[in-house]
Unconditional design. Structure first.
Length: 177
């Protein structure tokens, strides 16, 4: 009992009315956090119930405030025709989707290949969802079974069948090689 009476004043001395607040990290802001995050994701782009494109990515982060989805750890997009047959594939290391327009911005080692053997290489490429066109204002190299073309500025349908390079810097026919 004697020890108990000695512990009561000690207990009262250590307890105080002052509350201890945890430290707040001011460099961390909630707006930097994605509203959704996913790994090994698949996104379908459809129109009137028909698949137009399927996007695969290793890491996906959705930011609602900025209306964008960031894609990294590799991305791949398969494009489909009106019969829902795969006609072309676009790959890159990372990219971004504008969630208002569903336009895809592919960056870093972008390669687009169609089923006819046309290969397009560039650093950045945009797939405009509404027009279903692929564009780039960067340096582009197109290799097909018939020719190789290099230049700046590029536009094509998503199937890489009808394409244009605006500022051609090099062209060669395969027959002359």
């Amino acid at each position: 009992m004697k020890y108990f009476l000695l512990l009561i004043p000690l207990f009262l001395i250590t307890c105080s009315k002052e509350k201890v607040k945890p430290p707040i990290i001011s460099s961390f802001e909630g707006k930097e956090l994605p509203s959704q995050e996913s790994w090994n994701s698949t996104i379908f782009f459809t129109d009137s119930g028909k698949t137009k494109a399927i996007l695969y990515t290793g890491h996906l982060r959705v930011y609602e405030k900025s209306n964008e989805t960031l894609l990294d750890s590799g991305l791949k997009v398969d494009f489909y025709n009106n019969l829902e047959q795969k006609t072309s594939t676009l790959t890159s290391k990372n990219g971004r989707v504008d969630d208002r327009t569903n336009n895809l911005y592919a960056k870093d080692s972008v390669v687009a290949v169609n089923d006819s053997g046309v290969v397009v290489r560039t650093d950045e490429m945009v797939w405009r969802n509404k027009e279903q066109k692929i564009t780039s204002d960067k340096f582009v190299k197109i290799t097909s079974p018939k020719e190789t073309i290099e230049g700046y500025g590029f536009e094509s349908d998503q199937h890489l069948q009808n394409y244009v390079i605006y500022n051609i810097t090099y062209i060669t026919n395969r027959d002359s090689i």
